[in-house]
Design a binder for this molecule. Structure first.
Ligand SMILES: Nc1nc2c(ncn2[C@@H]2O[C@H](COP(=O)(O)OP(=O)(O)OP(=O)(O)O)[C@@H](O)[C@H]2O)c(=O)[nH]1
Ligand SMILES: [Mg+2]
Length: 241
């Protein structure tokens, strides 16, 4: 199934708590503060996977949560930072903050990635609070909460050429002739319900991507036929045919 718009919640990990601890050594009655800082919580990262073509996987995942960083401990040990959560998305994915409509990331190129929610900073341990006036602080911080956001994730296919036309004019047929793609072809209208992509190889060994779209009819902008929402996929093509 082709899914090109998903609303999803992301909650990055909370930072680990700082630690309150004092050095204990034989023959040293008053050891100094040695509580370590907490580790950072997981970032949530979206990363392009060239093998993906739809946002389908995200659809079953209404909420993505990061892990908490480890707490600091005595002997000035900093807690381990939590591993980042990597979410794979298809090339052409645009991530917006649902509340502000601001674009957080536009993931077009191979291997591009973006942090969509930042993990919380670890809290400071008591060692970090030591000053010349207070050499034995018994305070430490909690870790900060991770960033929480509701995202609108959209996919705009990255094709070089988009095939646009009335139903049953042979758009899918053309794609099947010039590329290895095998779209459904039939004599009834609206055979194609979601975009098909095909890679066309030229004689001089270059290639380009063609998108075959559903049929467009008069009144599509008012919702006739399959509507015109799928036209967003040709916003970025170089050629519309
Ligand atoms: N006679 C003739 N028939 C064709 C030609 N190209 C395609 N067809 C036939 O026209 C019908 C529709 O072709 P499709 O490729 O499915 O058309 P489409 O534009 O993708 O249609 P939708 O996906 O429904 O919008 C099929 O039965 C094809 O076999 C052509 O050049 N000549
Ligand atoms: Mg078709």
């Amino acid at each position: 199934m082709f899914v090109d718009e998903v609303i999803i919640k992301v909650e990055a990990g909370k930072g680990g708590d700082g630690c309150t601890s004092f050095r204990r050594e034989k023959y040293v009655p008053d050891g100094g503060p040695d509580g370590g800082n907490g580790g950072a919580g997981s970032n949530i990262i979206f990363k392009v996977d060239e093998g993906l073509r739809t946002l389908l996987d995200l659809r079953y995942n209404k909420i993505i949560k990061g892990k908490k960083g480890a707490n600091g401990s005595g002997k000035n040990q900093t807690g381990k930072r939590a591993e980042d959560i990597i979410v794979k998305v298809p090339p052409g994915t645009i991530v917006k903050d649902l509340d502000t409509d601001m674009v957080i990331a536009d993931l077009t190129s191979k291997n591009s990635e973006a942090i969509v929610a930042m993990g919380g900073r670890g809290g400071r341990g008591n060692r970090a609070f030591a000053t010349s006036l207070n050499t034995a602080p018994d305070i430490s911080e909690h870790g900060e909460p991770g960033e929480e956001r509701t995202l609108k994730v959209e996919l705009k296919l990255l094709a070089d050429v988009g095939l646009v036309g009335m139903p049953s004019v042979g758009k899918s047929t053309i794609l099947s002739m010039i590329s290895a793609s095998k779209p459904k072809i039939a004599e009834y209208h609206f055979t194609t319900l979601s975009p098909n992509l095909g890679v066309v190889k030229t004689i001089d060994n270059r290639s380009f991507v063609v998108a075959d779209l559903p049929g467009l009819i008069e009144g599509a902008s008012l919702g006739e036929g399959l509507g015109d929402r799928f036209l967003k996929h040709i916003e970025r093509t170089k050629v519309i045919a």
